[in-house]
Design a protein around this ligand. Structure first.
Ligand code: ARG
Length: 558
């Protein structure tokens, strides 16, 4: 419910638009006097009256109703009290009407958002470090889509570079087709690690030659590279399915090889390219940054060159209103440079490029390390968490059906929630025990609350719910439910899915307070029972929608 607009529509102040009035309305930190307040000081000049008098006159004229039950004046402020019953009626009716769509809107209709996320590296481990980009990006994807945007999910594959020459060389020396086909990404990674540990000078030279062969389109080299790429993609697809993320494009770095030239040409034309120690760079010193290297002294392109071409390609192909890059904060400088270069090229859409940076995830029981093969594979973390979830569930509810299915939702959800609950820029230390705490600020707490609500609902039919004047616990819960659409919008605006994750935990807490303090099935009257059942149902719908936006499954029973 957008109270500010509702009030503004009923509050004529000559010479001010509805929007201006709505904007002036505030939520006071202490809500004992009112849920909303309009300070009248700034109208004094316009209306040639004292703020005290203005507030009094407006209060007297305000048509209170079920939505705003009271308007009172105090010391130049106009205070509004939300009609609790009106709010309950309106909110429950809306959630019942909108169901799975509650929280979504058409705010972004006609607008396009590109989201570059996960962006895995071919033939390299899919490790715990990829958790955040994948899960945050996946959540932003669903959040924007639910707000009516056209969303293009892009997996900017790391599929270009000298390492692929090394891989071919390692494969030729130590690998064979059957083993690699069977071992998939693990076998490829082993070969790569072995190359880094054992390669001779000759093999290094050979690797450079193989890379050149890939670049020149040599049939055998390209076929091997494509095979490694396919094995990696087959592997990550399974993890994406578990995490409920999808992509519309897998155009990776290699896709831009033939698309860099025109952009480099434009840089030259615009006089932005200068030579520095043999390399071609854009000087960013005036902006306090190191130069952006476009071509190395041997003429080779870089990660940044491909990103530059990719940005232009995306603008041309999708005509985005925003292009988000969900990438760790270690790449802050890279994106600042990239965006600056595009701005210097005179592209007005440079301002629509956003680096959605996030912090590092490590494990409580062993720091993550990508060095020499000692890495924590995301798959292992997911499996381990599902296993632990299974043993907790089995202990808590031995008779539960489909325990494996429930454990999958709980375990995978717990890992995902680890990356979603905190402000994204924070470094996170993941702990299995904390993530699986049924009473903590966790996804399993929210899931369990959903199962609790579902269980209540399975025990009774909801009759016609006449809404009663809500008690404090009911009112707190209703207010939270009414806030959901604003919460989704705020999460999108801030590129911060944690807003929704926190909302889910907070709302679950409010439901549990209601559940323990107020009798639902044993309510004093049939009418009150129906109202409480309706509130329970609305809570279940809202919490489910929240978890679904985050990509987390909701078991029916737990
Ligand atoms: N593959 C890169 C990495 O693992 C991330 C790519 C992010 N996206 C981009 N357009 N640069 O570091």
């Amino acid at each position: 419910m957008d109270y500010k607009t509702y009030i503004a529509e009923r509050l004529p102040i000559e010479g001010m638009s509805r929007e201006e009035i709505a904007e002036s309305i505030a939520v006071p930190p202490d809500t004992t006097l009112g849920d909303y307040a309009l300070p009248c000081f700034k109208f004094a000049k316009l209306l040639h009256k004292s703020p005290v008098l203005i507030a009094q006159e407006l209060a007297a004229a305000y048509p209170s109703d079920g939505v705003i039950s009271e308007a009172t004046a105090l010391n130049g402020y106009l205070n509004f009290k939300v009609g609790r019953r009106g709010l309950a009626e309106e909110t429950l009716a809306r959630i019942e009407r909108e169901g799975e769509k509650y929280g979504s809107s058409t705010l972004g209709a006609g607008k396009t958002v590109c989201i570059d996320y996960s962006s895995v590296n071919i033939a390299k481990p899919f490790h715990i470090g990829h958790l955040s980009t994948t899960v945050l990006g996946g959540a932003l994807y669903r959040i924007y889509r639910s707000l009516g945007y056209r969303v293009v999910g892009i997996n900017h594959l790391g599929d270009y570079g000298t390492q692929f020459g090394k891989l071919i060389s390692a494969y030729k020396h130590w690998g064979n087709r059957a083993d690699v086909q069977k071992g998939g990404i693990h076998a490829i990674n082993d070969l790569y690690v072995r190359f880094n540990n054992e390669a001779t000078e000759e093999m290094e030279t050979e690797a450079r030659e193989y890379f050149r062969l890939i670049e020149s389109g040599d049939k055998e080299a390209v076929a091997l590279f494509d095979w490694f790429k396919q094995l990696t993609l087959d592997y990550v697809q399974q993890i994406y399915a578990k995490l409920h993320v999808t992509f519309d494009s897998y155009a990776g770095e290699s896709f831009y090889i033939d698309k860099m030239e025109p952009v480099i040409g434009e840089l030259k034309e615009k006089g932005l390219l200068v030579e520095s120690r043999g390399a071609q760079v854009v000087d960013l010193e005036p902006y306090g940054m190191t130069p952006f290297i476009v071509l190395r002294s041997d003429g080779a392109s870089l990660y940044g060159t491909r990103d530059l071409a990719a940005a232009f390609y995306r603008k041309q192909t999708y005509d985005f209103d925003k292009c988000l890059y969900v990438v760790a904060y270690q790449q802050n400088l890279h994106f600042k440079q990239l965006f600056k270069v595009i701005e210097l090229m005179g592209e007005p859409w440079a301002k629509d490029l956003v680096h959605v940076a996030y912090g590092m995830v490590s494990l409580e029981d062993g720091a993550m390390s990508t060095r020499q093969g000692k890495v924590v594979w995301l798959e292992d973390v997911l499996n381990r968490c599902v296993e632990k979830a299974l043993s907790i569930i089995t202990e808590k509810n031995p008779a539960l059906e489909n325990k494996e299915e429930v454990a999958e939702k709980v375990g995978v959800g717990a890992v995902m929630f680890g990356a979603l609950y905190n402000n994204k820029i924070k470094d996170i230390v993941f702990s299995y025990d904390k993530a699986l705490n049924f009473d903590g600020e966790t996804s399993v707490y929210v899931q369990y609350t959903c199962a609790r609500a579902a269980s209540v609902l399975s025990k009774a039919e909801i009759g016609k719910a006449t809404v009663a004047e809500p008690c404090a616990q009911e009112y707190e819960l209703i207010k939270a439910l009414a806030d959901f659409p604003d919460t989704v919008r705020a999460a999108a605006e801030k590129y911060e899915p944690s807003v929704i994750a926190r909302y889910a935990v907070d709302t679950a807490q409010k439901f549990n307070k209601f559940y323990f303090d107020c009798k639902i099935l044993q309510a004093e009257s049939e009418q009150l029972k129906n109202f409480r059942l309706a509130l329970t149902k609305a809570t279940l719908t809202t919490l489910k929608n929240a978890l679904t936006l985050l990509g987390i499954g909701v078991p029916e029973k737990m």
